[in-house]
Design a protein around this ligand. Structure first.
Ligand code: SAM
Ligand code: SF4
Length: 337
């Protein structure tokens, strides 16, 4: 092993001493939904298909980062299940040495068809986005009238036997309040952890305002009116959510206080967009162009060098709460949430 290779075998540690073990891979910016907090209602300009990394190109990056200590991958988008042949990619990624966990975030619309194939290919965990159980509210926020199909997708995923299924609900003031107890009651009876994510300024329509965020502490207070909650303080994993067990032992919930109390100090992830741009934060204003490197016959070491440089400069934290906050040019669907 050369000294350069030996150096690369070291773990990825950023300038703040955070160890990076998690890569989120967006496989498409396309989506069949038009959630108000993410995409515009119409006239969306999608990436040209030739710009999307091929499966082989994605797997090449996965191999490179796995040698740098990344052991967890999450597929996202846009809607990842819109990418044709996704189980093939999952299988290819599951064969990358060093990758211990592959998860996916999805709106569940296509899970009825694909859940089993994805599970069989090696996908271990799912996060399903579901903001409302009232069909009218579902349609209002997702701009699609298909709650039933999403619930069928969720059921198909549960039947397929994934290791964990969590439900993500974006928490928007004057919208989510009526859905919180309904969602957690479904979670408690069907075995899903429900996680509420504070609405972040990543929507294409740019309607975000601090007043539109339903804060994590308010959600917890609302739940506590009906249920006793016990904060989980001994979790083996440090993740973005503050989690609570129900005191009666039936399930748990989480809040991701991305706005009111960001978890940036513990962030262990980097992201790659569907067109092969490396981002070190959801809110990055700088990207690193891995696709051009890959397509210009760069060596793996060239790719490693760019990743090491990017990670060294990973943002200490996002600046939503600061005066000099700058919205990223890309909206959430084009970054990969
Ligand atoms: N289409 C898939 C889905 O919705 O699950 C994956 C991509 S989506 C961009 C990933 C996650 O980001 C979803 O859980 C979604 O609810 C969340 N999200 C999108 N826009 C958001 C925003 N402005 N603030 C907070 N979460 C957001
Ligand atoms: Fe599509 Fe997911 Fe964005 Fe909703 S949040 S528009 S499902 S990418």
């Amino acid at each position: 092993m050369s000294s350069q290779e030996a150096q690369n075998e070291a773990v990825l540690i950023d300038g703040m001493g955070r160890r990076i073990v998690n890569l989120r891979i967006s496989v498409t910016d396309r989506c069949n939904f038009r959630c108000t907090y993410c995409m515009p209602a119409d006239n969306v300009e999608f990436m040209d298909r030739v710009e999307l990394l091929s499966f082989e190109e994605i797997v090449r990056v996965a191999n490179v980062v796995a040698k740098l200590g990344i052991n967890r991958l999450r597929l996202t988008g846009g809607e990842p299940t819109m990418r044709k042949g996704l189980p093939v990619l999952v299988k290819m990624l599951s064969e990358v040495e060093g990758i211990q966990d592959i998860a996916m975030t999805t709106n569940a619309f296509f899970l009825k068809e694909h859940a089993q194939a994805l599970k069989d290919a090696g996908l271990k965990r799912l996060n399903v986005s579901l903001d409302a159980l009232d069909p009218d509210k579902f349609r209002d926020v997702n701009r699609r009238d298909c709650l039933d199909q999403v619930l069928e997708g969720l059921k198909a995923a549960a039947d397929a036997g994934f290791k964990s299924i969590k439900i993500n609900a974006v928490a928007v003031r004057n919208f989510s309040e009526t859905e919180i107890l309904k969602l957690i009651e479904m979670g408690r009876s069907d075995g899903f952890e429900i996680r509420f994510i504070e609405f972040m300024p990543l929507d294409s329509d740019q309607i975000w305002e601090r007043d539109k965020v339903l804060f994590g502490h308010e959600i917890i207070d609302l739940i506590k009116e009906k249920y006793e909650l016990i904060p989980i303080t001994d979790s083996l994993e440090i993740g973005p959510a503050s989690e609570y067990n129900f005191a009666d032992g039936k399930g748990k919930i989480g809040v991701i206080t991305a706005v009111s109390n960001p978890f940036c100090d513990h962030c262990n992830r980097i992201r790659m967009t569907a067109d092969g741009k490396l981002r070190t934060c959801l809110f990055s204003t700088q990207e690193y162009d891995l696709k051009t490197l890959i397509r210009s016959k760069a060596t793996d070491q060239d790719i490693v060098d760019v990743i090491l440089d990017a990670v060294a400069k990973k943002e200490p934290g996002h600046k939503i709460n600061l005066d000099d906050f700058e919205r990223p040019v890309r909206a959430m669907h084009a970054i990969g949430g």
